[in-house]
Design a protein around this ligand. Structure first.
Ligand code: MG
Length: 218
């Protein structure tokens, strides 16, 4: 089982399910020509897709268009069902930055057919994680800047405040649909600027003052 490391903490978390939110930043919705959702759009990734900062993203042979999506990731610290606002706040154990690597060519084909996104989102190495900061040590304001660079060039850069649904709203909604458990992760959606990566690219993802990760595409 894969674990989460929290800075300055001896607590251990085994990764459970990974709930991902699509279309949570207006500019990103526009760049892909999608409609603004009334409720959060959810999909899942398996924990087997996780790699950590310093590891390699393996380009799958069945795609010719892999995209980067940099996202704030929430670590759930306790079991939550139909959580209210206070329980949702208290349910966040930590924050990290992650990459929701996406096979855009495959996803576009699946969307056309009305099929699930599994093939485009769940491949090995498609979920890259930083170390996490404890919510006890760090108070997230949503004023933080999230960014992604490729080979030193900034491709995505926005404030977390541009999210349509906040972390607390997401937890309230998700926990009304499915129980959240200790060790689950929530990928909260990506800002605009998504685009292709190529073999050999060096990616750096960062949420200023919170977390950063580095990885290479192979
Ligand atoms: Mg995403």
């Amino acid at each position: 089982m894969k674990k989460i490391v929290i800075n300055n903490s001896a607590e251990e978390y085994y990764i459970g399910k990974i709930v991902c939110v699509g279309r949570n930043y207006t500019d990103h919705i526009a760049e892909l020509g999608n409609e603004v959702p009334e409720k959060p759009l959810l999909f899942l990734k398996p924990s087997s897709a996780v790699i950590y900062s310093g590891e390699e993203i393996i380009y799958p042979g069945f795609s010719a268009e892999m995209h980067h999506e940099v996202e704030l990731v929430l670590l759930i610290g306790k079991d939550l069902k139909n959580a209210d606002e206070r329980e949702s706040i208290e349910g966040i154990a930590g924050y990290g930055v992650g990459l929701d690597m996406t096979l855009r060519d495959i996803q576009n084909e699946l969307k056309k057919k009305g099929h699930p996104w599994t093939m485009a989102k769940c491949f090995d190495t498609s979920a890259v994680l930083s170390d996490f900061v404890s919510s006890r040590d760090y108070k997230l304001t949503l004023g933080e800047e999230i960014s992604l660079s490729i080979n030193g060039n900034i491709r995505q850069k926005d404030k977390l405040s541009l999210m349509i649904f906040t972390p607390v709203q997401l937890i309230q909604y998700i926990s009304s649909v499915m129980q959240l458990e200790r060790g689950d992760l929530i990928f909260t959606g990506t800002p605009s600027g998504v685009g292709k990566v190529s073999k050999g690219d060096k990616l750096k993802a960062e949420i200023k003052g919170v977390a950063e990760l580095f990885c290479t595409v192979k």
